[in-house]
Design a protein around this ligand. Structure first.
Ligand SMILES: [Zn+2]
Length: 280
């Protein structure tokens, strides 16, 4: 059964982000007004005809935080269709308890960001979180690569190799395909079958994504690439249109094409069950 899943969307209230963060993002032209209120999120989900979707917390850092109760409440409006991922800061003493609490609220995964949170993903602060995720069989999503703040020292997706090896049953999602480190993400995925990557927030950088998909084809890892919009960066509908238009360069040059069947498979053949998630 074809199933359109948006693996990476955000929904948050104004107060879940700091003024500094909002100013920075709009200065870089990322989020426009920087809002993704429940009514806006719901309207865009209806417009796109999405079968299922994941609502991901903003990585908890520097005063930015989407409370798990908020996400649980929002996804609860879409029974069987929506699941939520929480975020905790690995350096917070109560991070493991906070993660357990989010799981008890019904959330089905966790988002971490070594870059934004200034945390080495191989460090011992994160280890209890991996153990909890592994025990409860829920995925860990990492924002790797480029960021507006934080520490780029921890941005390389290859740092996750140690985690992927230590927890072979843990499903890891490299968000944004590890931008711009797509080759690194591809070798990480080839070596570790438990590593996946989403393409969210890459559709406005078509040259980068085009090359990244060519690399994924060559390394034969496209079956673990997931579609995501990163709403409010893109609506799901806009992201799908841009994804399907990825081969349209209009240059008159005969460019190699990303196979249409690869694009359609990433859109429609990546059910939540692929990562062991039951939306019920
Ligand atoms: Zn995101």
């Amino acid at each position: 059964m074809p199933e359109l899943v948006d693996w990476h969307t955000h929904c948050f209230l104004h107060e879940h982000r700091t003024d500094e963060d909002r100013a920075l993002w709009s200065q870089r032209g990322v989020l426009g007004p920087g809002e993704a209120l429940p009514e806006q999120h719901g309207a865009m989900i209806d417009e796109a005809g999405v079968s299922r979707f994941v609502v991901v917390a903003i990585p908890k850092h520097s005063g930015n935080h989407t409370p798990p109760e908020f996400i649980a409440d929002y996804v609860g409006r879409y029974p069987g269709r929506a699941v939520g991922f929480c975020s905790v800061h690995p350096d917070d003493e109560d991070a493991p308890e906070e993660f357990e609490r989010a799981l008890n609220l019904g959330l089905k995964g966790i988002k971490l960001s070594p870059t934004y949170q200034h945390v080495d993903p191989r460090g011992k602060a994160s280890w209890p979180l991996y153990e909890i995720a592994s025990h409860h069989k829920v995925p860990v999503m990492f924002h790797c690569g480029g960021a507006y703040t934080g520490n780029l020292e921890f941005s390389d997706p290859v740092l996750l190799d140690k985690v992927a090896m230590a927890f072979p049953d843990l499903k890891i999602i490299v968000a944004h395909y590890g931008q711009p480190y797509m080759e690194q993400t591809a070798i990480l995925m080839r070596k570790n079958e438990n590593v996946f990557a989403d393409l969210s927030a890459r559709f406005h950088r078509p040259w980068q994504l085009y090359n990244g998909l060519m690399i994924a084809e060559e390394y034969r890892v496209t079956e673990r690439l997931l579609f995501g919009s990163d709403f409010p960066v893109r609506t799901t509908a806009a992201a799908i249109a841009e994804f399907r238009g990825l081969n349209d360069w209009g240059t008159g040059l005969a460019m190699p094409r990303i196979p249409e069947k690869t694009i359609e498979a990433i859109l429609f053949e990546r059910p939540l069950s692929l990562l062991g998630i039951d939306p019920a």
